[in-house]
Write a protein that binds this ligand. Structure first.
Ligand code: ZN
Ligand code: ZN
Ligand code: FE
Length: 734
């Protein structure tokens, strides 16, 4: 928010997809904005309609409500993403010409959760689609995961092998029918079929296997999922062991919102997210009710909950009136299996039963993960339900292909004023993942008829994505990792001009060749001045320290307290030597590694089985504790902080207090840097800001001092968002 004269002004942007063009939507928006005396603009885009309004917060809220309630009757809104943006100082309201650069692109919609009408049909015993797992209409069903090429028409989808029966044909060609031109239209007579390799009803069998503690592999919308009963710790443990996912939190599917409320606190904003057409996994606070096995959430302070989003899921959950674990059908961090053959080979050792069907999946698309941060939706993993919706950046960009980072990879293309982000690809450690990465690039380029003029990549020379970029034969722009984080946050929040970018994460290659991760930039477009960072410390063993947080602890303990403070461990002396001699112990300014160090000192975690685990555990320790106590962290010097942690641990202080004091110290340091920097706008980005406590606290402290705080909404704060930042910076530099 910003003060203009005496009044507070906010700017909101709404991107609507569906049937929103040629139905009188723009004049309606214009009249509504004029009536409420809001400034801004409305424009058609390739993927729908974009509206921005600016004015007092109450009137902007009223606009957003009435936009929904009073829209033209012929309009069908299938996707809607709202963002709060930095105010732009608009005067008046205008209908802007359509985005010409993007005019040739056919809008490809994401996969949409089953609509109420279709749901009623599958539950109606007299309906011809009763119990049919592939029921859909123009308002719901698969889109992005079935489209092979544009324009979006049945012969160019994976439904092309299914000839419509006369009844489906009639619905498809009747303009008055709900299924008029519904490309994935199907019925039990002519559409995809469900089966298992053993005789009997597939859904009943699946429910029985789940109830008796077995593992079901089920082909869903964007790939195979693995399902087990979430109430049975042994079943969950078996899934973890077979899938080689020892520690990462697992997501839950619950039959209904009511069931979600049984186990979790659900706010209005969270309810909206759960029941949205995107139907992502939503991170919710558990309410303490027993019943869900402890090894489902693992280290996480949250439960990841989603509601059924396809008829198949609805039918299964009707037979499973209890929470089930629903996780990607893959081994460890590989991409999900999408074809029946692939599933049999790759998941054969994991699943006790396969539920398969014959509708091919054009591209893998994991379940998305989102949460509510500062009262707003924030996407942590952008895939099913969101991909491939573009992010509007408000200025024309040249044709840049951005290849993202190494972990949680996504790729992006800049077309006109829009950046199209791929679905979450994953960590590029395996050949399978690198294949998926190359396919995602080909896919985006083909679907959008896109010919890149340059490639943006990370500065890290060893990232698989960087190596791909350097071999592409195109001009390459290398972008520093944390600058890309900050730019992504600025871009999606519509920040123009100067801002303070706070980019904190586990690891990123710095312009000085060192490992960065606790960075502050005074930024303006593609200009970045690094004005502050965490005091560097050595990372004994390099990558080994990422997995073994006690190594980071040893490093800061040695520096701040001397060798006697470093606890005894099998590799202690080797590690101390590495630090002392500076051999295989690169310098780092990583905030993520400082989290690891404090987590280890507090006895919370000495190792991490996945990136960020120790930090997650430390955050979880705070629980409901409300405390303003804090450790010293002046100018990012962690020395006194480490001494204080050491003292607290020595006198048996509660871990919750240690965790809170540490988080509070980080928040206070950000505030003090912001005060020195003298920029009112502060953007928080990087994987560390997935930490709910840290984000909420930092934002609250900054706002109380009059700063405007920007956090991620539509792209992830983690490395899943950096392709957007790369595209924007490359466009400005190139
Ligand atoms: Zn429907
Ligand atoms: Zn049919
Ligand atoms: Fe990062």
């Amino acid at each position: 928010m910003t003060l203009v004269g005496e009044t507070t002004v906010v700017r909101a942007r709404v991107a609507l997809g569906g049937t929103v063009q040629g139905v009188g939507f723009r004049p309606f928006v214009y009249r509504l904005a004029k009536e409420l005396e809001l400034a801004g603009w409305v424009s058609n885009s390739s993927s729908g309609l974009v509206v921005e309004v600016e004015g007092p917060p109450e009137r902007v809220d009223r606009f957003l409500e009435r936009l929904e309630a009073e829209m033209p009757t012929a309009a069908v809104v299938l996707t809607r993403e709202t963002s709060q943006l930095a105010p732009a100082g608009f005067r008046g309201f205008e209908i802007r010409p359509s985005d010409e650069n993007a005019a040739t692109i056919a809008g490809v919609l994401p996969d949409l959760a089953t609509c109420p009408e279709c749901l009623a049909e599958i539950y109606d015993p007299s309906d011809r689609r009763s119990g049919y797992a592939f029921t859909n209409c123009t308002l719901c069903g698969p889109r992005y995961t079935i489209i092979e090429d544009i324009p979006y028409d049945r012969p160019r989808t994976t439904m092309r092998g299914f000839a419509m029966c006369p009844e489906c044909q009639r619905e498809y060609t009747d303009p008055a029918d709900r299924r008029f031109h519904a490309q994935p239209i199907a019925c039990p007579r002519c559409g995809p079929k469900l089966w298992t390799e053993t005789p009997g009803d597939p859904i009943e069998q699946a429910a029985r296997v789940i109830q008796t503690g077995g593992i079901v592999a089920m082909k869903g919308i964007g790939g195979f999922q693995l399902l087990v009963d979430a109430r049975q710790p042994d079943a969950v443990a078996r899934l973890r062991q077979r899938k080689r996912r020892e520690e990462k939190p697992l997501a839950l599917m619950m039959a209904s919102l009511e069931m979600g409320r049984e186990y979790c606190h659900v706010t209005t904003a969270e309810e909206r997210l759960l029941t949205s057409r995107a139907a992502p996994i939503v991170l919710l606070r558990p309410n303490g009710k027993p019943g869900i096995a402890a090894n489902v959430a693992g280290s996480s302070p949250y439960l990841g909950v989603m509601l059924p989003y396809s008829p198949l899921h609805h039918l299964l959950m009707r037979e499973c009136p209890f929470p089930i674990v629903a996780t990607s059908g893959n081994l460890s961090d590989e991409p999900m299996a999408t074809s029946n053959e692939e599933a049999r080979t790759r998941l054969g050792e994991i699943a006790d039963l396969f539920v398969m069907h014959d509708r091919p999946i054009a591209r893998p698309c994991d379940d998305s993960v989102a949460r509510v941060v500062r009262g707003r939706e924030s996407v942590m993993r952008r895939a099913r339900g969101f991909a491939p919706l573009p992010v509007f950046v408000g200025r024309d960009l040249p044709a840049v292909l951005a290849v993202g980072g190494h972990l949680k990879n996504t790729v992006a293309i800049a077309v006109g004023q829009q950046v199209f982000l791929s679905q979450h690809v994953g960590d590029l450690d395996t050949p399978e993942a690198r294949n998926a990465f190359e396919r995602a690039i080909e896919d985006l380029c083909r679907l959008y008829r896109f010919e890149p003029q340059m490639v943006a990549c990370d500065l890290h020379p060893d990232y698989a994505s960087t190596r791909w970029a350097l071999k592409s034969g195109l001009p390459v722009v290398e972008i520093q990792h944390h600058q890309a984080h900050a730019a992504a946050c600025a871009a999606e929040n519509g920040i123009n001009g100067r801002y303070l970018g706070v980019a904190w994460d586990g690891t990123g290659y710095g312009t000085d060749g060192l490992i960065w991760g606790g960075e502050f930039f005074l930024a303006d477009g593609a200009q970045f001045e690094r004005i502050a960072h965490l005091r560097p410390f050595r990372l004994p063993g390099g990558d080994a320290a990422v997995k073994q947080g006690w190594r980071s602890a040893a490093s800061v303990q040695l520096a701040a307290l001397g060798p006697d403070a470093v606890p005894d461990r099998p590799e202690r002396s080797v590690v101390l030597q590495m630090i002392g001699r500076g051999i295989n112990a690169p310098w780092t300014t990583s905030a993520g590694r400082l989290f690891d160090a404090v987590a280890s000192m507090a006895g919370v975690a000495h190792e991490s089985h996945f990136e960020g685990q120790a930090a997650m555990l430390l955050e979880r320790q705070i629980g409901e504790l409300a405390s303003d106590d804090c450790y010293p962290l002046r100018e990012g010097d962690w020395g006194p902080l480490i001494e204080a942690v050491h003292r607290d641990v020595g006198r048996g202080e509660a871990v919750a207090r240690i965790a809170a004091r540490f988080h509070n110290a980080l928040a206070n340091w950000i505030v003090s840097v912001a005060e020195h920097a003298g920029e009112r706008r502060v953007a928080l980005s990087g994987g560390v800001f997935q930490n709910g406590y840290l984000v909420e606290r930092t934002a609250a402290l900054l706002e109380a001092r009059g700063f405007q705080v920007y956090t991620h909404q539509r792209v992830p704060p983690n490395d899943g968002g950096i392709a957007l930042g790369q595209a924007v910076i490359a466009a400005l530099r190139g």
